[in-house]
Design a protein around this ligand. Sequence first.
Ligand code: CU
Length: 214
Amino acid sequence: MPAVKPATATEMSGSVQAGLQPVSMRGPWGLIIAVLLLAVAVTSVVWLHRRQGPMVGGPFQLVNAATGREVSDRYFRGKWLLIFFGYTHCPDVCPTTLSSIAEAMSQLGTLAKGVQPLFISVDPERDTMPVLVDYTNAFDPRILGLSGSTDQIASAAKAYRIYYAKRVIGDDYFMDHTATIHVVRPDGSYSSSLLSTAGPLDIAKRLRTLLGGT
Ligand SMILES: [Cu+2]
């Protein structure tokens, strides 16, 4: 392809000439590259912040097991929320965690008034409203059981990054689920998380700090 050769030669000589230009002519390229690098850096920082910010939490629409009425996240504005997903047939993690939350509420004394623990069922098939209410009341009546349609639960679980899945064993089934306690601020924004293995002391300590008690 003879036509290509002269073009390549022109380009090469062009770049050689550019290299020999006074500094003032090369300056703009340095500036453009610097601006581009800065733009990339700023975009990365903004992206990371966005990732860390609204990654967990968000609006939800569920059903209050105690009243049978729909509730949204907005209903709980003004209180610190402890959000835990689970199911009443859970053999170990849920009862242990709810005991810890109940004990932490006792330890908080009057500060507990500013805290609303929510237990969201991932097993609406077995966790009917009465079953859920009896279950949460057995730990502490201040723990509110929430359920909903399959879609409502799936949507809330997705917002709070909770995985759950049915595991059938013989005639019975278990619900595998993420065991994390999420702490949500009174304005509805995500604050932090605790492991389900956190004892009552840890939970109470975290809340005391957040509520500004000590
Ligand atoms: Cu569980």
